[in-house]
Ligand binder design. Structure first.
Ligand code: IVH
Length: 682
């Protein structure tokens, strides 16, 4: 391709990709498949590599890039970043309305919006391109977090439209959708990291990360709610937001113009109820005077505008008795205290338990068994204890002492310096740790032994058939045939099922297949504290085999890029334990992969959830088998016949006419071998 054509195509691709990005992330209404989107992105990235002189800073390939920062630059805000006066009462909203009318007269229109519960951000656009993103900081100056913000797909790197000012700021709230927050916490718990208390904390913690590629993994999103600049071509707030929406910004759909206080109250009441249906947290409603002229007349105090006010919903709170505190031991040995409460109705659900996170929190709250405690459910899903009623404390209530010994195996607990959690160090023999460790080992992202679910693992452990993961590889059919699993059916009745030949065959086949799982996933499967999927990949890539990792000094590990002191300490502690070395030797003897084989297309999950039918002639019969293998190795499923559930047909020469007819009938894409290979390469 010549230079001119390349430049034209690059510009064109950026436009197309930005459009589809907008459809997907802002409007949640995509027009093309993920695969088609990725293909466009790959074409752009290839062209940019070939013609680096045409690489644009606003290119969608540049969302996640750059080296980790040492620290954030401090930037002075061009316009101070103010907060809002808060109120919890409708009476104060009435007073606000009266104050406004006293200054600007009776003819006032308000705009009511949701108050997003996240972290405020100010974005500057110059010549339609995102130039900078700065946090609120102290209101005068904040942190330049542009590289982190660029990873958020709903924030446009470039905007489109005719009436766009040359330079302007747009402010909004970065937030984490509830589902993404729950998933993030699950992963953190699995990796032995402390969970975030709520989506807002998770958002704030994510924005503070110095490595944009780590931020890119956090499910962040952003609503914008305030446009500002010199000589904006609008005379009211509502029109400015509607224009911003047209330019490509994510603006909430739930904005209402209200002419009277009753309309404002209706909006407040409606969202007090409906907010539970949203996919993100709000903590109230914001009411703003619409006209810019009236806003200017009303002006500002030192900290807040006089033309806006936030109505905060009361936190849902109940009081109940703290009956006892249980201790749960997780996979990594972390001991989490859980409060057992007298059941109480809170925000529509009955709350019986609340996590207490760690000893520091219990001490800070000064809780005692028998206390009447306050349970709150802010915007958050997990209820938490926020305090106790001192009037009702029983005279004999004793200060709470954290347990010293593991409730499951009796081992003395330890607490690493600087960490809030207590751990049971007996990771090889403590029952819940063994069980959770085996579940982790067999999980999809680790050894992927799907034929061994939670119940089956529990039965094997209880019957003493396995004691650790290495025992899995010594299992024979006779060890498993006839084992019984008892479970509760939907009516609560106990039922029994027996391991029959087919089940046993499936389990053993799954275990056998796992011997091909690449080294980086075996390393992840070992469940070393702080070694998640990414760290395992880094270690495998840098050290090439297990012996190099076992023999690496603490310093060598610590100085490996992206591996800090905590991770290095944890890796050393794991391999310094002779019992773990023994386990690895047994796994080695069973034929698991302990050598890095390089980046492999094998066993990716790129085709997960997609069903394929293969039809026609591919030159040689072995080639047809190879294609089948590639489908499965990349997470896809094979079907013999075309049905409405088929996603793709891979066609060779002389594809069967019946299959072609069905493909047309169901609108299933028929692809050739080359296209299929491109799909898995991506
Ligand atoms: S307007 C000068 N609108 O709430 C007025 N703020 O407690 C600027 N917030 O600082 C703010 N949703 O971080 C505005 N729809 C909304 C908002 C909103 C959330 C945040 C924002 C603000 C804080 C005040």
């Amino acid at each position: 391709m010549d230079k001119e054509t390349a430049k034209k195509r690059i510009d064109e691709l950026i436009k197309i990709i930005n459009y589809h990005n907008y459809r997907y992330y802002v409007l949640a209404s995509p027009e093309i498949s993920d695969y088609e989107f990725d293909t466009l992105l790959r074409e752009l990235s290839d062209l940019e590599k070939q013609f680096p002189e045409y690489l644009r800073i606003d290119s969608p390939t540049q969302r996640v890039g750059g080296e980790p920062l040492k620290e954030f630059k401090t930037v002075v805000h061009k316009y101070p970043m103010l907060s809002l006066p808060n109120t919890y009462t409708k009476g104060e909203i009435r007073e606000f309305d009266e104050r406004v009318k006293k200054t600007v007269g009776e003819n006032v229109e308000y705009v009511c919006e949701l108050k997003f519960d996240g972290v405020a951000i100010s974005l500057t656009y110059k010549n339609k391109i995102l130039e900078r993103a700065v946090t609120r900081g102290d209101g005068e100056k904040g942190d330049d977090v542009t590289a982190n913000i660029k990873t958020i797909s709903s924030i446009p790197l470039q905007i489109e439209g005719d009436d766009i000012p040359e330079e302007f700021e747009i402010r909004g709230e970065i937030f984490m959708p509830r589902k993404g927050f729950e998933r993030l916490n699950e992963i953190r718990l699995r990796n032995g990291e402390p969970p975030f208390a709520n989506p807002r904390n998770a958002t704030a913690g994510s924005l503070k990360l110095l490595s944009p590629s780590e931020v890119a993994k956090r499910p962040l999103d952003c609503f914008l709610y305030f446009l500002l600049g010199d000589n904006l071509p609008f005379n009211n707030h509502y029109d400015s937001l509607m224009a911003a929406k047209k330019w490509g910004f994510k603006i909430s759909d739930y904005i209402a113009k209200c002419k009277s206080i009753d309309e404002i109250f209706m909006f407040i009441d409606e969202w007090e109820f409906n907010r539970k249906q949203l996919y993100f947290d709000i903590d109230g409603i914001v009411i703003k005077v619409n006209s810019f002229k009236q806003q200017a007349e009303l002006g500002y105090t030192a900290k807040v505008p006089k033309w806006a006010i936030a109505y905060k919903y009361p936190t849902e709170r109940a009081s109940t008795k703290l009956l006892s505190i249980d201790f749960q031991v997780g996979r990594t040995g972390a001991v989490t205290p859980v409060a057992n409460l007298q059941p109480v109705l809170l925000g529509g659900t009955i709350v019986k338990r609340a996590s207490l996170y760690n000893d520091d929190i219990i001490k800070k709250l000064d809780l005692r068994i028998g206390d009447t405690v306050y349970v709150e459910k802010g915007g958050e899903i997990i209820p938490k204890i926020t305090g106790y009623d001192s009037q009702q404390r029983p005279a004999d209530a004793k200060p709470f002492e954290f347990i010293e010994y593991c409730p499951e195996c009796g081992t003395k607990l330890i607490r690493s310096e600087g960490e809030a959690a207590f751990y049971c160090p007996n990771n090889l023999y403590c029952p819940p740790q063994i069980k959770a460790g085996i579940e982790h080992f067999t999980s999809r992202k680790a050894m992927d032994i799907q034929s061994l679910g939670e119940n089956k693992i529990a039965v094997l452990l209880v019957n003493g058939i396995i004691k650790d993961v290495a025992d899995l590889y010594d299992l024979k059919p006779s060890d498993l045939l006839g084992i019984e699993i008892k479970y509760h059916d939907d009516n609560g009745k106990i039922r029994t099922v027996k391991f029959r030949e087919k089940t046993v065959e499936n389990i053993l086949q799954g275990i056998e297949n796992s011997k091909k799982v690449p080294f980086e996933r075996v390393l992840f499967a070992l469940g070393i504290r702080h070694v998640g999927e990414t760290t395992a990949k880094i270690l495998a890539h840098k050290f090439l085999n297990i012996d190099n990792i076992i023999n690496a000094s603490f310093d060598k590990l610590k100085n490996t890029e992206n591996i800090g002191e905590t991770v290095a300490l944890s890796i050393r502690a794991f391999f310094d334990n002779p019992k773990n070395i023994n386990l690895i030797n047994r796994l080695k003897n069973s034929g698991l992969q302990f050598e890095y084989k390089g980046e492999n297309v094998e066993s990716s999950q790129i085709l997960k959830g997609k069903s394929f039918v293969i039809s026609g002639n591919f030159g040689t019969p072995t080639r047809r088998e190879e294609i089948k293998k590639l489908v499965v190795q990349n997470g896809g499923a094979l079907q013999n016949a075309v049905s409405s559930k088929t996603n793709y047909i891979i066609a060779g020469e002389n594809m069967g006419p019946e299959k072609l007819k069905k493909a047309n009938e169901f609108g299933i894409p028929v692809i050739d071998e080359k296209y299929f290979l491109q799909m898995i390469e991506s």
